[in-house]
Design a protein around this ligand. Sequence first.
Ligand SMILES: Cc1cc2nc3c(=O)[nH]c(=O)nc-3n(C[C@H](O)[C@H](O)[C@H](O)COP(=O)(O)OP(=O)(O)OC[C@H]3O[C@@H](n4cnc5c(N)ncnc54)[C@H](O)[C@@H]3O)c2cc1C
Length: 107
Amino acid sequence: MSRLLVYRAGELKNDGKRNTRETSLAKWQACDFANKAADDAVQIHGAYGFSDEYPVERYLRNSKAPVIYEGTREIHTVMQAEYVLGYRKDKELNRMLPAWDQSQLIK
Ligand SMILES: Cc1cc2nc3c(=O)[nH]c(=O)nc-3n(C[C@H](O)[C@H](O)[C@H](O)COP(=O)(O)OP(=O)(O)OC[C@H]3O[C@@H](n4cnc5c(N)ncnc54)[C@H](O)[C@@H]3O)c2cc1C
């Protein structure tokens, strides 16, 4: 699900279309589920999951940061609730965002 949300947000961005709602949703869900998966991994490995002798505890620590930066889990939750309840509406863009152009890639 996270992958599809990220692809959807990326597709809109590549097309130069507004993607605030979709990107917020993708960031929130992907980061939250990565953190939950890492938490489960620590639990499954028991004491070894907690120990820094194995990489599992690092996955949990590393997956926590994205739940905080670039909009915390709570802020994205509030944003998405506002979209659903109709309290948040994206304004018209001042200008079109440039669509992704493969020919502009530096070779
Ligand atoms: C690894 C890492 C790298 C970072 N890199 C950068 C960077 O490069 N540049 C940069 O500018 N910043 C960076 N940050 C900072 C990051 O953007 C902030 O930590 C983040 O925006 C949260 O702000 P805060 O720490 O002030 O927490 P606060 O805003 O004080 O929030 C504390 C808690 O309260 C919750 N909360 C706050 N307001 C509400 C609300 N209205 N409703 C519900 N809950 C709420 C938050 O979700 C959070 O859980 C980084 C943070 C980390 C962890």
